[in-house]
Ligand binder design. Structure first.
Ligand SMILES: [Zn+2]
Length: 87
């Protein structure tokens, strides 16, 4: 069964942050700040933020702890914060 975040990510047609229109073949990725699906251009901007590395580390640690309780879904969710998703 597909999770809601997965549907949002796959069906994203306009980036909520910069209003860029996304073709079906374009890559999308989850923000590590607000967990919204965003375009790769916005992701690059996030990566430039000074707290990006610290923030990613915290999120991964949190997921590792949570994944012991609920493995499969959390792993996929985590994965798409760092790896682009395509339709
Ligand atoms: Zn964008």
């Amino acid at each position: 069964m597909r999770e809601q975040w997965e549907k949002d990510l796959a069906c994203l047609i306009v980036c909520p942050r910069c209003s860029l229109r996304l073709e079906n073949s374009a890559e999308r990725i989850l923000s590590i700040y607000d967990h919204e699906p965003i375009c790769m251009r916005c992701k690059k901007e996030e990566e430039l933020r000074s707290d990006y590395t610290e923030r990613s580390k915290q999120m991964i640690e949190q997921w590792m702890a949570e994944s012991e309780l609920n493995y499969g879904d959390i792993a996929g969710y985590c994965y798409h914060h760092f790896n682009p998703f395509k339709c």
